[in-house]
Design a binder for this molecule. Structure first.
Ligand SMILES: Nc1ncnc2c1ncn2[C@@H]1O[C@H](COP(=O)(O)OP(=O)(O)OP(=O)(O)O)[C@@H](O)[C@H]1O
Ligand SMILES: [Mg+2]
Length: 404
């Protein structure tokens, strides 16, 4: 029902005179006779009725008093209702906010729990890796007690391939043999065998390899390839140097890449070689990277040479290798920089790296661009003994020979 005071457009405390005056004004203004169109007439009639009805009530003091009472109650009631609704809305909003907070707290707790779990899993994995490393170190230490106690295993490792690992291994081993020591050199880089060519080994003619030994098809004595027939004064090596090559046949490389190396058998083979050939040194050309096979070869060595080029990424990788080798407790570790550029100052490189690594640099060998022939088919340091690279290499050989 319309508010009668609003219908007449007066305040609720308007006196009878004001009421009457207003009514007369409105009654005149809305009188239906004043409107021409039937539609307007109808609207005016409705309005006129409302105005008339409002005036009938409000002009009668008793009816007005009754109406006022009823009006007041309905206003209070709607106010009360409004405040109830307001309260409920506020309560609901509070409730929602509380639930949101609770949800967020639960989500944060869940997140924390997840992170904690992840951290613990990572920690456990690190712990396991460390324990495994420790286990390998212990095992390697045990294996280092050589049957021929004076003999030493020298492993040559590089993180990347192509750094000159095989090239350096072949030449180093030969230089040490040149001093009269009994030397073996074994290729355990089964995925990228490359040592044989330096000594004139041809698998097609010469036959057996370390792969045959690992497959139980040959003894170490049957694999040994005597060094001394590859020109350039290598004759001097005959009788005190042997190569134990790896197979370059595709099927063998595939097999070793897929199955990995039986390390116990390989280690037994290395020990047998040392014993049978009464070696002073056994050089091993390892696989690049830090996979299981190369780490185990590193772990078994008495002397480790880490070869790398003097670029920042190689240096970083060498550092990673060094810290693993230290964790494996390899007794003597040396760094060798190969392929130093002509613009590089070798003594500065040595100084910088030794300061950064806290490890000894046994040599900084230059990159050579002046050789046109295939440097893999002979011993470079024998054919070009006066080359800077050969001189640097002999210095490394000297350090190895005197390392305890
Ligand atoms: N200082 C050098 N200057 C120029 N060429 C070099 C130098 N050292 C090695 N080389 C050449 O670099 C090539 C790669 O050397 P090598 O085969 O010894 O690498 P590697 O580290 O054994 O690689 P992989 O891991 O693939 O066996 C060879 O052709 C070698 O003659
Ligand atoms: Mg190689």
């Amino acid at each position: 029902m319309d508010d009668l005071y609003l219908v007449l457009g007066i305040e609720p405390d308007a006196n009878p005179e004001m009421l009457q005056e207003r009514f007369r004004f409105l009654a005149q203004a809305y009188h239906p006779d004043k409107f021409a169109s039937p539609k307007q007439k109808l609207l005016a009639e409705e309005e006129f009725k409302k105005i008339n009805n409002a005036y009938q009530v409000l002009s009668n003091p008793i009816k007005r008093a009754d109406y006022d009472k009823q009006r007041k109650y309905s206003i209070n009631y709607s106010n009360r209702n409004r405040s109830d609704t307001l309260k409920k809305a506020e309560e609901a909003a509070r409730q929602r906010a509380q639930e949101e907070l609770k949800r967020k707290a639960e989500e944060a707790a869940r997140q924390r729990a997840r992170e904690e779990l992840k951290r613990k899993a990572e920690e456990a994995a690190r712990q396991r890796a460390q324990e495994e490393l420790k286990g390998k170190a212990d095992q390697a230490a045990h294996q280092r007690v050589r049957a021929v106690s004076k003999s030493k295993i020298v492993a040559i490792h590089s993180f990347k391939s192509g750094t000159g690992k095989s090239f350096t291994t072949a030449n180093l081993a030969a230089q040490v043999a040149q001093t009269g020591k009994r030397v073996g050199v074994v290729d355990v880089d089964f995925q990228s065998p490359g040592l044989g060519s330096y000594f004139g080994f041809d698998e097609k003619n010469s036959g057996k390899t370390m792969n045959d030994y690992l497959q139980g098809k040959a003894t170490v004595g049957e694999i040994a390839f005597p060094v001394g027939n590859n020109g350039d004064g290598t004759k001097a090596l005959s009788g005190n140097m042997w190569l134990f090559p790896a197979s370059s046949r595709g099927v063998n490389i595939h097999l070793m890449t897929n199955q990995g190396v039986d390390f116990n058998r390989l280690n037994a083979g290395l020990q047998n070689i040392i014993i049978e050939f009464e070696l002073d040194y056994l050089f091993i050309d390892t696989q690049s990277g830090l996979g299981e096979d190369s780490l185990l070869a590193v772990a078994t060595s008495d002397i480790l040479l880490i070869i790398f080029r003097p670029d920042s990424q190689d240096v970083q990788h060498a550092f990673a290798t060094l810290s693993l080798a230290q964790a494996l407790e390899v007794p003597s570790i040396f760094l060798v920089v190969n392929k130093a550029l002509p613009k590089d100052d070798p003594s500065q490189i040595k100084k910088d790296i030794e300061a950064d690594f806290n490890a000894r640099v046994a040599g900084v060998l230059p990159l050579f661009l002046d050789m046109v022939d295939d440097a893999r088919s002979y011993l470079f340091s024998f054919r070009y003994p006066d080359h800077e690279w050969s001189k640097g290499l002999r210095a490394v050989a000297e350090i190895i020979s005197t390392a305890s």
